[in-house]
Design a protein around this ligand. Structure first.
Ligand code: DQA
Length: 185
């Protein structure tokens, strides 16, 4: 378990806490040992540290939770409600089939960025569908640890632009989450 915690910071222009939650699903605790040819040599805490640097540069705070259990991941999304302005989620293999995670994320009222170290679309067919993507504001995949930095940067910028579920979208922010196809991919 590689949980990290930093106390939520003060309010933001959007009225929400400037706090980001990073969520990691099954088997990500094995990063660094697990298929390094696919996922690289860095450990999960290395990726989380990169998020921490981005978050700190923006004056935000963050927490991180890794779990190998679907229900715990769902509960971690619930716990972020009203507390975190944004989620960066690498749900591991739950990405490809957890509708309970999909529903929990749909009920989260902040920004959601899906991140993957590898590019699931270029891998086995079962990885081509994401049930997270339809309820995410954006997806970063295939960029290794850099993807974690970019995901955190994107999450913070979208919040700072006033993006939240149901809020009017700025031109730069792109289409609203859920405005695209309802099918997974
Ligand atoms: C992953 C991709 C998933 O398909 C896989 O099950 C993982 C890691 C990634 O970060 O590339 O556990 O989410």
């Amino acid at each position: 378990m590689t949980d990290a915690e930093a106390a939520p910071g003060g309010g933001s222009a959007t009225g929400r806490s400037r706090h980001l939650t990073v969520l990691s699903g099954p088997n990500l605790n094995l990063l660094g040992e697990r298929q390094p040819e696919v996922y690289g040599a860095a450990r999960l805490e290395d990726h989380v540290r990169r998020v921490g640097a981005v978050v700190a540069a923006h004056g935000w705070t963050y927490d991180h939770r890794q779990t190998n259990h679907e229900g715990e991941l769902v509960e971690a999304v619930h716990a972020a409600r009203g507390r975190s302005a944004a989620l960066v989620v690498n749900a591991g293999a739950l990405t490809h089939g957890s509708w309970s995670l999909h529903d929990a994320l749909a009920a989260f009222d902040g920004v959601v960025i899906e991140v993957h170290l590898s590019n699931p679309s270029a891998r086995e067919p079962f990885r081509h569908r994401s049930v997270v993507a339809p309820v995410a504001d954006g997806v970063v995949a295939g960029l290794g640890g850099l993807g974690y930095e970019l995901a955190a940067e994107a999450a913070i910028r979208l919040v700072d632009q006033g993006r939240s579920r149901g809020a009017p979208q700025g031109r730069e922010a792109g289409p609203a989450r859920g405005s695209g196809r309802e099918e997974g991919r």
